[in-house]
Write a protein that binds this ligand. Structure first.
Ligand SMILES: Cc1ncc(COP(=O)(O)O)c(C=O)c1O
Length: 374
């Protein structure tokens, strides 16, 4: 890729695309958002990587604590994996216990404890994990029973967004059940908001359903593409968070923190969450209409701003790949095995171009289904 502007990206051959991947999540306001880039430039004029954190870290921590209901403090890192891993370490420091429950198939990062690929991973790396099924409270209860008095935490994503599968929104009763179980067990409820954070709600993604985690992991969208991650937590976990040792050479770099302050301000001032939802709703309606008009069966899942499209029975993503390939050739950048992301920069013209491309993509799928074209 060569560059991006708003909801468009450009490759090295000069092709232009409407961007439905948003760098796999970090770009939330659109590429090169003026206020964010101005804040980064202003901070860079002062300094970025220094002997200690800059003022921006304190300002950002205060902004996050006042924006996210369950947060009484903030810590910073660089990647989502740093944040989820740090949440687990804090939960273990707090409880003095080892076992962490995760949903089967959920992605929480690329460290040995959570990477989906087992090459190079030892059994010891996974020894303290237990597994449950998303939205199935009984499976959580069973896994918690097995962990017994060693249960340190339950990690959960705001909805089920495992790559390559249809998405599943959370059942609020499941979220409430997890909260209750953790409270009763004295274990931490960790919300992995790395992918959804600040895309669905200006706060933790479970605030609309009234469920507050003890700890939450953030990255991707919080600085509109600048490298930053955060761990937020409730007051009860503050001492444990302060007791652990975590750091990185670039974790306190100030430009990404300045970007995050500007990003959160713009999300709020520009009504970005609503804009993403609106654009996503228009895209969904258009895509459903196109598929129906051609008699093509599709499954379109997830929140409007983070959708995913599959073709029932499409085992090797053959139709999905045909769809994505044709869409990309028609100027719409999307992925057949990963949910899409809609930025707040999406204009009516972007949506029109996107829907023109999906119509061509459905034509290619139809041709393939009819056996005419590969
Ligand atoms: C839900 C979730 N958690 C954690 C991560 C890991 O984040 P990172 O790739 O920044 O380490 C991701 C990345 O896609 C994610 O989607």
């Amino acid at each position: 890729m060569r560059s991006g502007l708003g909801a468009r990206v450009f490759d090295v051959d000069g092709n232009e695309y409407v961007d439905l991947m948003c760098s796999y999540g970090p770009v939330v306001l659109g590429h090169r958002h003026p206020a964010v880039e101005a804040a980064v430039r202003a901070q860079a004029e002062l300094a970025d990587c220094q002997n200690g954190p800059g003022e921006a870290m304190v300002e950002l921590a205060e902004l996050l604590v006042s924006t996210v209901q369950h947060a009484d403090w903030a810590m910073f890192a660089k990647n989502g994996t740093d944040a989820t891993t740090t949440c687990c370490t804090i939960a273990r420091a707090q409880t003095g216990r080892s076992r962490i429950l995760v949903a089967k198939g959920a992605y929480h990062g690329a460290a040995p404890w959570c990477t989906p690929r087992l090459s190079g991973v030892t059994p010891a790396d996974r020894a303290n994990l237990g597994y449950y099924t998303f939205n199935d409270l009984e499976s959580v209860t069973a896994a918690a029973r097995e962990a017994g008095s060693d249960l340190a935490a339950i990690v959960v994503s705001p909805f089920k967004h495992d790559a390559g599968f249809d998405q599943e929104l959370v059942d609020p009763a499941f979220a409430r059940g997890l909260r209750e179980l953790c409270t009763q067990a004295g274990a931490a409820l960790i919300l992995d908001d790395v992918r959804c954070g600040f895309r669905l709600h200006l706060g933790s993604s479970w605030e609309p359903i009234g469920v507050h985690p003890d700890l939450s992991a953030w990255s991707k969208a919080i600085a509109n593409g600048h490298p930053l991650a955060a761990v937020l937590g409730s007051g009860a976990y503050r001492d444990a968070a302060a007791s652990i040792f975590v750091t990185g050479s670039f974790w306190f770099a100030a430009t990404a923190m300045a970007a995050a302050i500007a990003t959160i301000g713009a999300l709020r001032d520009e009504g970005a969450i609503e804009a993403m939802d609106r654009a996503g709703t228009t895209l969904r309606a258009g895509i459903l209409e196109q598929a129906a008009a051609r008699g093509i069966e599709i499954t379109y899942t997830g929140p409007a701003a983070m959708p995913y499209l599959t073709f029932p029975g499409d085992r090797n993503y053959e139709l999905g790949s045909t769809f994505a390939g044709a869409a990309i050739r028609a100027g719409l950048y999307l992925h057949p095995r990963h949910n899409w992301f809609i930025s707040a920069a999406m204009t009516d013209a972007d949506l029109a171009k996107a829907l023109a491309a999906t119509d061509e993509a459905f034509a290619a799928v139809q041709a393939r289904q009819e056996g005419g074209i590969t």
